[in-house]
Design a protein around this ligand. Structure first.
Ligand code: 13P
Ligand code: SF4
Length: 311
Protein backbone atom coordinates (compact mmCIF):
# COMPACT_ATOMS: atom_id res chain seq x y z
CA UNK A 1 0.00 0.00 0.00
CA UNK A 2 1.49 3.42 -0.92
CA UNK A 3 2.40 5.55 2.09
CA UNK A 4 1.06 9.13 2.13
CA UNK A 5 4.14 11.27 1.60
CA UNK A 6 2.67 14.28 3.39
CA UNK A 7 2.07 12.11 6.48
CA UNK A 8 5.70 10.98 6.45
CA UNK A 9 6.87 14.56 5.94
CA UNK A 10 4.73 15.79 8.79
CA UNK A 11 6.07 13.09 11.14
CA UNK A 12 9.59 14.20 10.25
CA UNK A 13 8.63 17.85 10.86
CA UNK A 14 7.14 17.00 14.27
CA UNK A 15 10.17 14.91 15.15
CA UNK A 16 12.42 17.93 14.56
CA UNK A 17 10.06 20.39 16.28
CA UNK A 18 9.77 18.23 19.43
CA UNK A 19 13.41 17.12 19.45
CA UNK A 20 12.28 13.51 19.28
CA UNK A 21 13.91 10.24 18.32
CA UNK A 22 11.87 7.41 16.78
CA UNK A 23 12.87 3.94 17.97
CA UNK A 24 11.22 0.92 16.33
CA UNK A 25 11.29 -2.81 16.95
CA UNK A 26 12.08 -5.24 14.12
CA UNK A 27 8.43 -6.40 14.11
CA UNK A 28 6.96 -3.01 13.26
CA UNK A 29 5.18 -2.52 9.92
CA UNK A 30 7.47 -1.49 7.06
CA UNK A 31 6.47 2.21 6.84
CA UNK A 32 7.29 2.69 10.55
CA UNK A 33 10.64 0.90 10.22
CA UNK A 34 11.47 3.07 7.20
CA UNK A 35 10.90 6.32 9.09
CA UNK A 36 12.61 5.30 12.36
CA UNK A 37 16.01 6.58 13.52
CA UNK A 38 16.87 3.13 14.80
CA UNK A 39 15.33 -0.31 14.22
CA UNK A 40 16.44 -3.27 16.30
CA UNK A 41 15.81 -5.93 18.92
CA UNK A 42 15.00 -5.37 22.60
CA UNK A 43 18.67 -5.24 23.58
CA UNK A 44 19.72 -2.77 20.91
CA UNK A 45 16.68 -0.62 21.62
CA UNK A 46 17.53 -0.53 25.34
CA UNK A 47 21.04 0.74 24.56
CA UNK A 48 19.64 3.31 22.13
CA UNK A 49 17.12 4.48 24.74
CA UNK A 50 19.90 4.90 27.29
CA UNK A 51 22.18 6.78 24.91
CA UNK A 52 19.82 9.21 23.18
CA UNK A 53 20.01 12.92 23.96
CA UNK A 54 16.61 13.68 22.38
CA UNK A 55 13.99 15.16 24.72
CA UNK A 56 11.20 12.90 23.45
CA UNK A 57 11.36 9.18 22.69
CA UNK A 58 8.61 7.94 20.36
CA UNK A 59 8.74 4.21 20.90
CA UNK A 60 7.20 2.03 18.19
CA UNK A 61 6.98 -1.43 19.66
CA UNK A 62 4.90 -2.81 22.51
CA UNK A 63 4.21 -1.25 25.89
CA UNK A 64 6.94 -3.00 27.91
CA UNK A 65 9.55 -1.72 25.43
CA UNK A 66 8.42 1.90 25.78
CA UNK A 67 8.30 1.37 29.55
CA UNK A 68 11.91 0.15 29.46
CA UNK A 69 12.89 3.41 27.72
CA UNK A 70 11.13 5.38 30.48
CA UNK A 71 12.80 3.36 33.26
CA UNK A 72 16.15 4.42 31.78
CA UNK A 73 15.04 8.02 31.09
CA UNK A 74 12.82 9.28 33.92
CA UNK A 75 13.28 12.91 32.82
CA UNK A 76 12.41 12.38 29.19
CA UNK A 77 8.97 12.21 27.62
CA UNK A 78 8.31 8.70 26.29
CA UNK A 79 5.33 8.34 23.96
CA UNK A 80 3.98 5.33 22.11
CA UNK A 81 1.54 5.15 19.21
CA UNK A 82 -0.90 2.81 21.00
CA UNK A 83 -0.88 2.35 24.76
CA UNK A 84 -2.84 -0.92 24.43
CA UNK A 85 -0.05 -2.64 22.51
CA UNK A 86 0.64 -5.32 25.14
CA UNK A 87 2.41 -8.69 25.10
CA UNK A 88 1.18 -12.16 26.07
CA UNK A 89 4.40 -12.76 28.02
CA UNK A 90 3.92 -9.62 30.09
CA UNK A 91 0.33 -10.69 30.81
CA UNK A 92 1.47 -14.19 31.87
CA UNK A 93 3.38 -12.83 34.87
CA UNK A 94 1.56 -10.12 36.84
CA UNK A 95 3.80 -8.45 39.45
CA UNK A 96 1.46 -9.31 42.36
CA UNK A 97 1.56 -13.03 41.44
CA UNK A 98 5.34 -13.02 41.23
CA UNK A 99 5.57 -11.18 44.55
CA UNK A 100 3.28 -13.73 46.23
CA UNK A 101 5.27 -16.63 44.74
CA UNK A 102 8.56 -15.17 45.98
CA UNK A 103 7.09 -14.71 49.46
CA UNK A 104 5.80 -18.30 49.56
CA UNK A 105 9.27 -19.50 48.50
CA UNK A 106 11.38 -17.13 50.58
CA UNK A 107 13.43 -20.04 51.95
CA UNK A 108 14.75 -20.79 48.43
CA UNK A 109 16.51 -17.40 48.20
CA UNK A 110 15.91 -17.28 44.45
CA UNK A 111 18.09 -15.21 42.11
CA UNK A 112 15.34 -13.91 39.82
CA UNK A 113 16.09 -13.35 36.14
CA UNK A 114 13.34 -11.66 34.15
CA UNK A 115 13.14 -11.70 30.37
CA UNK A 116 12.65 -8.07 29.32
CA UNK A 117 9.12 -8.92 28.05
CA UNK A 118 7.54 -8.09 31.41
CA UNK A 119 6.12 -5.09 33.27
CA UNK A 120 8.11 -2.51 35.23
CA UNK A 121 6.54 -4.04 38.37
CA UNK A 122 8.13 -7.41 37.56
CA UNK A 123 11.45 -5.78 36.63
CA UNK A 124 11.40 -4.13 40.06
CA UNK A 125 11.10 -7.54 41.78
CA UNK A 126 13.96 -9.27 40.02
CA UNK A 127 17.76 -9.24 40.28
CA UNK A 128 18.62 -8.86 36.63
CA UNK A 129 16.93 -8.56 33.22
CA UNK A 130 17.86 -10.40 30.05
CA UNK A 131 16.79 -10.29 26.42
CA UNK A 132 16.83 -13.02 23.80
CA UNK A 133 20.11 -11.46 22.62
CA UNK A 134 21.99 -11.98 25.88
CA UNK A 135 20.03 -14.52 27.97
CA UNK A 136 22.70 -17.30 28.06
CA UNK A 137 25.38 -14.74 29.00
CA UNK A 138 23.28 -13.26 31.83
CA UNK A 139 22.44 -16.73 33.18
CA UNK A 140 26.11 -17.74 33.11
CA UNK A 141 26.89 -14.71 35.28
CA UNK A 142 24.30 -15.60 37.92
CA UNK A 143 25.66 -16.55 41.38
CA UNK A 144 26.52 -20.27 41.37
CA UNK A 145 25.28 -20.79 44.94
CA UNK A 146 21.68 -19.60 44.42
CA UNK A 147 18.77 -21.28 42.60
CA UNK A 148 17.47 -19.31 39.61
CA UNK A 149 13.85 -18.46 38.96
CA UNK A 150 13.43 -17.45 35.30
CA UNK A 151 10.31 -15.47 34.34
CA UNK A 152 8.08 -15.25 32.32
CA UNK A 153 8.96 -17.26 29.15
CA UNK A 154 9.28 -21.01 29.74
CA UNK A 155 10.40 -21.69 26.13
CA UNK A 156 13.20 -19.15 26.23
CA UNK A 157 14.12 -20.41 29.71
CA UNK A 158 14.32 -24.00 28.49
CA UNK A 159 16.52 -22.94 25.56
CA UNK A 160 18.85 -21.08 27.94
CA UNK A 161 19.11 -24.19 30.14
CA UNK A 162 20.10 -26.21 27.05
CA UNK A 163 22.71 -23.58 26.10
CA UNK A 164 24.26 -23.12 29.53
CA UNK A 165 23.64 -26.42 31.35
CA UNK A 166 22.32 -24.38 34.30
CA UNK A 167 19.12 -25.63 35.93
CA UNK A 168 16.40 -23.04 36.53
CA UNK A 169 12.84 -23.01 37.79
CA UNK A 170 10.68 -21.67 34.97
CA UNK A 171 7.59 -19.48 35.14
CA UNK A 172 5.09 -21.01 32.70
CA UNK A 173 4.47 -18.08 30.32
CA UNK A 174 4.71 -18.14 26.54
CA UNK A 175 4.50 -15.90 23.48
CA UNK A 176 1.17 -16.57 21.81
CA UNK A 177 2.74 -15.88 18.37
CA UNK A 178 5.81 -18.09 18.56
CA UNK A 179 3.99 -21.14 19.97
CA UNK A 180 1.87 -21.16 16.78
CA UNK A 181 4.80 -22.56 14.78
CA UNK A 182 4.76 -26.37 14.88
CA UNK A 183 6.97 -29.26 13.79
CA UNK A 184 4.44 -29.99 11.03
CA UNK A 185 4.28 -26.42 9.72
CA UNK A 186 8.08 -26.20 9.53
CA UNK A 187 8.42 -29.69 7.98
CA UNK A 188 5.90 -28.71 5.28
CA UNK A 189 7.76 -25.55 4.25
CA UNK A 190 11.06 -27.48 4.34
CA UNK A 191 9.55 -29.92 1.78
CA UNK A 192 9.03 -26.96 -0.57
CA UNK A 193 12.57 -25.63 0.01
CA UNK A 194 14.68 -28.69 0.89
CA UNK A 195 17.98 -26.77 0.76
CA UNK A 196 16.75 -23.90 2.95
CA UNK A 197 18.32 -23.06 6.29
CA UNK A 198 15.98 -22.40 9.21
CA UNK A 199 16.49 -19.60 11.71
CA UNK A 200 14.10 -19.48 14.69
CA UNK A 201 13.46 -17.22 17.68
CA UNK A 202 14.08 -18.84 21.10
CA UNK A 203 10.47 -18.10 22.10
CA UNK A 204 9.50 -21.02 19.80
CA UNK A 205 8.79 -24.40 21.36
CA UNK A 206 11.60 -26.93 21.74
CA UNK A 207 10.03 -29.10 18.98
CA UNK A 208 10.45 -26.22 16.52
CA UNK A 209 13.84 -25.10 17.82
CA UNK A 210 15.16 -28.62 17.18
CA UNK A 211 14.44 -28.15 13.46
CA UNK A 212 16.38 -24.88 13.29
CA UNK A 213 19.93 -24.39 12.05
CA UNK A 214 20.20 -21.30 14.24
CA UNK A 215 18.19 -20.04 17.23
CA UNK A 216 18.69 -16.37 18.05
CA UNK A 217 17.27 -12.91 18.73
CA UNK A 218 15.79 -10.86 15.91
CA UNK A 219 18.96 -8.73 15.56
CA UNK A 220 21.22 -11.77 15.36
CA UNK A 221 18.96 -13.08 12.55
CA UNK A 222 20.30 -10.24 10.37
CA UNK A 223 23.90 -11.41 10.87
CA UNK A 224 22.92 -15.06 10.37
CA UNK A 225 21.08 -14.38 7.09
CA UNK A 226 23.84 -12.12 5.73
CA UNK A 227 26.50 -14.78 6.15
CA UNK A 228 24.36 -17.92 5.56
CA UNK A 229 25.77 -20.19 2.81
CA UNK A 230 22.26 -20.90 1.43
CA UNK A 231 20.12 -18.53 -0.71
CA UNK A 232 16.86 -19.81 0.80
CA UNK A 233 16.25 -19.08 4.47
CA UNK A 234 13.09 -19.87 6.44
CA UNK A 235 12.59 -17.23 9.13
CA UNK A 236 10.58 -18.56 12.08
CA UNK A 237 9.44 -15.48 13.93
CA UNK A 238 6.93 -12.64 13.67
CA UNK A 239 6.31 -11.46 10.08
CA UNK A 240 7.60 -7.88 10.54
CA UNK A 241 11.13 -9.29 10.65
CA UNK A 242 10.97 -10.02 6.94
CA UNK A 243 10.84 -6.31 6.04
CA UNK A 244 14.16 -5.54 7.72
CA UNK A 245 15.78 -8.77 6.50
CA UNK A 246 14.75 -8.15 2.89
CA UNK A 247 16.26 -4.67 3.05
CA UNK A 248 19.52 -5.85 4.60
CA UNK A 249 19.90 -9.10 2.64
CA UNK A 250 18.49 -8.30 -0.83
CA UNK A 251 20.28 -11.24 -2.46
CA UNK A 252 18.60 -13.88 -0.25
CA UNK A 253 15.20 -15.52 -0.65
CA UNK A 254 13.72 -14.99 2.80
CA UNK A 255 10.69 -17.16 3.47
CA UNK A 256 8.29 -16.46 6.33
CA UNK A 257 7.92 -19.43 8.67
CA UNK A 258 4.28 -20.60 8.41
CA UNK A 259 1.97 -21.78 11.17
CA UNK A 260 -0.57 -24.61 10.71
CA UNK A 261 -3.21 -22.05 9.70
CA UNK A 262 -1.36 -19.11 8.14
CA UNK A 263 1.48 -18.41 5.72
CA UNK A 264 3.14 -16.24 8.40
CA UNK A 265 2.63 -15.16 12.02
CA UNK A 266 1.62 -11.64 13.04
CA UNK A 267 1.77 -10.21 16.57
CA UNK A 268 -1.52 -8.37 16.95
CA UNK A 269 0.05 -6.03 19.53
CA UNK A 270 3.00 -5.01 17.36
CA UNK A 271 0.60 -4.43 14.48
CA UNK A 272 -1.55 -1.98 16.48
CA UNK A 273 0.95 0.76 15.65
CA UNK A 274 0.38 2.76 12.46
CA UNK A 275 1.96 5.84 10.89
CA UNK A 276 -1.24 7.78 11.75
CA UNK A 277 -0.94 6.86 15.43
CA UNK A 278 2.78 7.70 15.40
CA UNK A 279 1.92 11.11 13.96
CA UNK A 280 -0.73 11.66 16.63
CA UNK A 281 1.50 10.66 19.56
CA UNK A 282 4.21 13.06 18.37
CA UNK A 283 1.76 15.88 17.78
CA UNK A 284 -0.05 15.55 21.13
CA UNK A 285 2.81 14.03 23.14
CA UNK A 286 0.27 11.43 24.22
CA UNK A 287 -0.15 8.65 25.21
CA UNK A 288 2.87 8.86 27.51
CA UNK A 289 4.45 6.17 29.66
CA UNK A 290 4.22 6.90 33.40
CA UNK A 291 5.73 4.71 36.14
CA UNK A 292 5.58 5.29 39.92
CA UNK A 293 9.08 6.46 40.96
CA UNK A 294 9.64 3.72 43.58
CA UNK A 295 8.91 1.00 41.00
CA UNK A 296 10.97 2.73 38.29
CA UNK A 297 14.02 3.14 40.52
CA UNK A 298 14.02 -0.57 41.49
CA UNK A 299 13.45 -1.68 37.88
CA UNK A 300 16.34 0.53 36.76
CA UNK A 301 18.76 -1.37 39.03
CA UNK A 302 18.01 -4.73 37.35
CA UNK A 303 18.06 -3.19 33.86
CA UNK A 304 21.38 -1.41 34.38
CA UNK A 305 22.84 -4.64 35.76
CA UNK A 306 21.90 -6.29 32.47
CA UNK A 307 23.38 -3.50 30.36
CA UNK A 308 26.65 -3.69 32.31
CA UNK A 309 26.81 -7.49 32.15
CA UNK A 310 26.17 -7.74 28.42
CA UNK A 311 28.75 -5.25 27.20
P1 13P B 1 13.92 -9.64 20.29
O1 13P B 1 14.52 -8.97 21.47
O2 13P B 1 14.69 -10.85 19.82
O3 13P B 1 13.70 -8.67 19.17
O4 13P B 1 12.50 -10.24 20.71
C1 13P B 1 11.46 -9.46 21.19
C2 13P B 1 10.15 -10.11 21.11
O5 13P B 1 9.16 -9.61 21.57
C3 13P B 1 10.08 -11.41 20.45
O6 13P B 1 8.76 -11.84 20.36
FE1 SF4 C 1 5.03 -10.36 23.04
FE2 SF4 C 1 5.06 -12.42 21.39
FE3 SF4 C 1 4.25 -10.07 20.50
FE4 SF4 C 1 6.87 -10.50 21.08
S1 SF4 C 1 5.65 -11.46 19.46
S2 SF4 C 1 5.65 -8.71 21.66
S3 SF4 C 1 6.66 -11.87 22.84
S4 SF4 C 1 3.23 -11.31 22.08
Amino acid sequence: MPVALDLVEDILRLKKEKNAVILAHNYQVGPIQDIADYVGDSLGLSYQARETDAEVIAFCGVHFMAETAKILNPDKTVVLPDKDAGCSLEQACPADQLEAYLKENEDKNYYVIAYINCSAGVKALCDVICTSGNAPLIVEKAPADRPILFVPDANLGQWVMEQTGRQMDLWQGSCYVHVEFTRDSIHKIKEEYPDALVVAHPECTQAVRLLADEVCSTEKMIHFCKSAPSDNIIVVTESGMLHRLRKECPDKNLIAGPTDNCACADCRYMKMNTLEKLHSCLENLSPQVEIPEDVRAKAEVSLLRMLEQSR
